[in-house]
Design a binder for this molecule. Structure first.
Ligand code: DC
Length: 666
C-alpha cells in the first residue's frame, strides 16, 4: 500500500489480465453488524480488509463480540441481542456504513437494556448529516444527544427509556439511504410486535436497500416491503447466524476496472473477478452505463470481461440515482468521449466522504476539462489538451481511484502527460491495494516510465539511497548488483570457472531469480544473506567484466521498468542500461569514507574487520570496475554528482527528491 505524499502515474496505454476484486464495503460492514448482533458464530469469508471494516471490527470488539481470524476467514460470535458492556466510546473514522447502523442499534439497545454510548469519527464524519436518523429514533423514544452540532455526530445514546413502536416509524429517504438501512438492521432487536417503517420523501440509492434486505434475509429476517415506501419487520424477528457467509467483490470498485477495459483493453478483454450478473449490489448496473458509453462487456455469475468497443467513448446523459458511487467513474470516462456527458440526480454526492460534485469538478478542471455543475448534476466535456495535474483527493478513496484513469490521456492527446495523485493511501477506505492491482494489469511504452539511475562505486550507499528514494515515490527498485552477485554465486555453485565468460553468461541468462518482501530467491532458495557477503561481491566483480554476461543480464534489468516508475542502482544504470533515465545520480564518496562505513556495519554485526584492509579491498574493486573494458564505472555525461561522505541517508534522499521534483512537469 502506498503511504506516500503523492503517487505519479506515468502516461498509461494498455490494460490486460485479470483483476480479483476486494470484498464489497457495503456488504462487509452489514455482514459484520448482523453477525455481531446475531446469536452464535458466523464464519465470514472474503471480508474486505480496509479502514471502514477495521473501525466496525474495533467497535464490535469493544461491544463484547468475539472476533477471531481463522486464516482468511473471520469468525464472529455475536451478542445475541444482549448488551455486554453497557458503556463504550466508539471511534468510527469516516465510515458512514458503521456510524449509521451502530447509532440505530445502540440507541435501541440502550433504550431497552440501559447504557450509555458515545459515537464519534474524524472531523469530516462530524460534518456528515445524521439528523434524519436521530429524529426517527427520537420519534419512538430513544434518547440521543448531539454533542457538537444538532443533526451531526458525535452522538451520545443513553437509556433506558420507554419505546413506542406501535405507530409506524418515519424516516426521510432523500438524504441518505443509510438511515433506512440503519433502522431496518436495528429494529429486529425490538420487534416484539410488527414494526413498520415508512419512508418520507423519494428514497434515493434504492439498490443499497436491496443489499440490506438480502442480507437481513440471510440472517433470518424477512422484511415485508410495499414499494419503496413501507417496510414491515414481522413480530418475533430474530437474527439467526447463517453459519457461514461469503462477501461478494465490491461492485463500486469494479467500476474502475470496467472503465479501464473500456478505455485501454483493445484486443483481449480485461477480466474482473468477484462480481457479475448475479451480484446483489446495485453498482453492477454501472455495466449498463459503461456499455452505453461504448464498452463491450460479457459477464458470468461472478465475473465480467470488458474491452474497448466504441472509441472515442460516447458521451451520454444519465440519471445516476441508482449507481451513486460508481457514477463518479463515468465523470472521468467522459474525458475520453466524443461529446459532453451529463450526470444527473446525484445530490447525495454532496454529503459523501467529501462534497464529491465540487471535488470532481475542481480536479477535472485541473486536467484542463470544461466542467459545469449544479446542486445535483455535473457536466463534463471531452478533453483533448490535457495538462499535467496534481490531483487533490480530499481523503476520498473514490476520487483517487477515479483519477488514476486520467493517466490514459496518451490515447487521445497529442502529448501525453503524467498525473499526480496526492495522498494515494486514501484508497485504503475500500481498496487498500488499488494501485498495486492497477499496475499489475496496465502497460505503456517503456520510454514513458520514469527511471532514476543511481550509480557509484561499491559500498557507496547507493543501494540504501535507491531504496529510500523508491519508497518515497512508490517506485520499483532494481538492485542490479544483486543480479551480478546472484550470477557469480550460481556459477560458483555450478562449478563454473568465473573467468569463462560464455559459460557464466549461460548461467546469467537462465537465472531463476524472484524478489519479494526485501528477500531474493534463487530457484526458490532465499539467498539474500549470502548475496551481501564480501566473497559474493568479489565473485560479482569477476563475472561483471564479461560482455556476454552483461548482455545476458540486460533484458532482465530492462524488465524492471514497469509503472509507476523505477529507481535503479548499479554501475552502468545511467550510462548503458537506462541511458534515457530522467535523472542520473553518481555517488562519489571516497574509499576512506566507504571503508569506515563498511567497518562500522561489520563491527555492529559482530564481525571483526580492519579498516585499512577494507579500504584496500574497495580500492582494488573500484580499479577493476573502472578499468574493465565492458561498461567501466564512470558517471554518465548528464549525471549529477553526489558526494554523500558527510550526509545522512535522509539528507541524500531529500537532495535526490529535490532534483527529481525539478524535472517533473507539475
Ligand atoms: O553494487 P554491488 O557491490 O552489489 O556490485 C557487485 C559487483 O557487481 C560490482 O563489483 C560490480 C558489479 N556490477 C556491475 O558491473 N554493474 C552493475 N550495474 C552492478 C554491479
Amino acid at each position: 500500500m502506498y503511504k506516500i505524499p503523492f503517487l505519479d502515474l506515468p502516461p498509461l496505454r494498455a490494460a490486460s489480465g485479470t483483476v480479483r476484486l476486494p470484498g464489497s464495503k457495503s456488504i462487509s460492514n452489514r455482514v459484520l453488524l448482523l453477525a455481531g448482533l446475531a446469536e452464535g458464530t458466523t464464519a465470514v469469508h472474503d471480508l474486505l480488509d480496509s479502514d471502514d471494516t477495521a473501525v466496525m471490527l474495533e467497535a464490535l470488539t469493544q461491544l463484547g463480540c468475539q472476533i477471531r481470524k481463522d486464516g482468511s476467514v473471520l469468525q464472529v460470535t455475536g451478542l445475541g441481542g444482549r448488551l455486554l458492556p453497557r458503556a463504550a466510546r466508539l471511534f468510527l473514522g469516516n465510515a458512514g456504513t458503521a456510524m449509521r447502523p451502530l447509532t440505530a442499534a445502540l440507541a435501541l439497545l440502550a433504550a431497552t437494556q440501559g447504557g450509555e454510548f458515545e459515537l464519534s469519527g474524524v472531523p469530516r464524519m462530524h460534518e456528515r448529516p445524521i439528523g434524519d436518523l436521530v429524529d426517527a429514533l427520537r420519534g419512538f423514544g430513544c434518547h440521543i444527544d448531539c454533542l457538537a452540532n444538532e443533526g451531526f455526530p458525535p452522538l451520545r445514546l443513553s437509556g433506558p427509556s420507554p419505546l413506542a413502536l406501535d405507530k409506524p416509524v418515519q424516516v426521510r429517504g432523500d438524504v441518505s439511504s443509510q438511515f433506512l438501512t440503519a433502522l431496518l438492521m436495528a429494529l429486529p432487536l425490538v420487534a416484539a410486535k410488527d414494526v413498520v417503517v415508512e419512508v418520507v420523501g423519494e428514497l434515493i440509492s434504492k439498490p443499497y436497500i436491496h443489499i440490506t434486505l438480502e442480507l437481513l434475509k440471510r440472517f433470518g429476517i424477512e422484511v415485508r416491503r410495499e414499494g419503496w415506501e413501507r417496510f414491515t419487520i414481522p413480530a418475533g424477528s430474530r437474527y439467526r447466524s447463517p453459519g457461514s457467509i461469503h462477501v461478494e467483490g465490491d461492485a463500486s470498485s469494479a467500476s474502475y476496472f470496467v472503465a479501464l477495459g473500456a478505455i485501454a483493453s483493445v484486443n483481449v478483454p480485461l477480466r474482473i473477478e468477484g462480481v457479475g450478473s448475479e451480484s446483489m449490489q446495485g453498482d453492477v448496473r454501472f455495466v449498463e452505463a459503461a456499455r452505453a458509453m461504448g464498452a463491450q462487456i460479457e459477464s458470468g455469475p461472478n465475473w465480467l470481461a470488458v474491452r474497448r468497443g466504441d472509441w472515442p467513448l460516447k458521451g451520454l446523459t444519465l440519471d445516476c440515482n441508482h449507481i451513486p458511487d460508481a457514477a463518479m467513474t463515468l465523470a472521468v470516462m467522459a474525458l475520453y468521449a466524443d461529446s459532453p456527458t451529463t450526470l444527473t440526480n446525484i445530490a447525495s454526492w454532496r454529503v459523501k466522504e467529501t462534497d464529491r460534485i465540487a471535488a470532481m469538478a475542481a480536479e477535472l478542471r485541473k486536467l484542463g476539462a470544461q466542467v459545469d455543475e449544479g446542486p445535483d448534476w455535473i457536466r463534463i466535456a471531452p478533453l483533448h489538451d490535457w495538462k499535467p495535474a496534481v490531483i487533490h483527493t480530499y481523503d476520498d478513496h473514490r476520487v483517487a481511484m477515479c483519477f488514476s484513469l486520467a493517466a490514459f490521456n496518451g490515447l487521445v492527446a497529442e502529448r501525453p502527460v503524467p498525473v499526480r495523485i496526492l495522498e494515494p493511501h486514501c484508497v485504503a477506505k475500500t481498496f487498500p491495494d488499488y494501485f498495486e492491482t492497477l499496475f499489475a494489469v496496465v502497460d505503456t511504452s517503456r520510454s514513458e516510465i520514469p527511471v532514476i539511475a543511481i550509480d557509484g562505486p561499491t559500498a557507496s550507499g547507493k543501494g540504501t539511497l535507491a531504496d529510500v528514494v523508491a519508497e518515497s515515490l512508490g517506485y520499483h527498485v532494481l538492485d542490479s548488483g544483486a543480479l551480478y552477485r546472484a550470477t557469480g554465486l550460481a556459477a560458483t555453485r555450478a562449478g563454473i570457472d568465473l573467468d569463462d565468460g560464455p559459460k557464466v553468461a549461460t548461467v546469467a541468462a537462465g537465472l531463476a531469480l524472484s524478489f519479494g518482501k526485501g528477500r531474493t530467491l534463487l530457484a526458490g532458495e532465499d539467498i539474500s544473506d549470502e548475496l551481501r557477503q564480501e566473497a559474493t561481491g568479489v565473485m560479482a566483480s569477476r563475472v561483471a567484466v564479461h560482455p556476454a554476461v552483461r548482455r545476458a543480464l540486460n533484458q532482465l534489468q530492462l524488465d524492471f521498468r514497469r509503472p509507476p516508475g523505477l529507481v535503479a542502482d548499479g554501475r552502468d544504470m545511467g550510462t548503458d542500461v537506462f541511458p534515457d533515465a530522467s535523472l542520473k545520480v553518481f555517488l562519489t564518496a571516497s574509499a576512506a569514507t566507504r571503508a569506515e562505513r563498511r567497518h562500522k556495519q561489520l563491527i555492529a554485526k559482530g564481525i571483526s574487520a580492519n579498516i585499512e584492509s577494507l579500504r584496500q579491498d574497495l580500492e582494488s574493486r573500484d580499479a577493476r570496475d573502472k578499468t574493465r573494458a565492458a561498461a567501466p564505472l564512470h558517471p554518465a555525461q548528464d549525471a549529477l554528482m553526489l558526494d554523500n561522505s558527510a550526509q545522512t541517508i535522509e539528507e541524500s534522499r531529500d537532495l535526490v527528491l529535490d532534483w527529481w521534483a525539478k524535472r517533473r512537469p507539475f
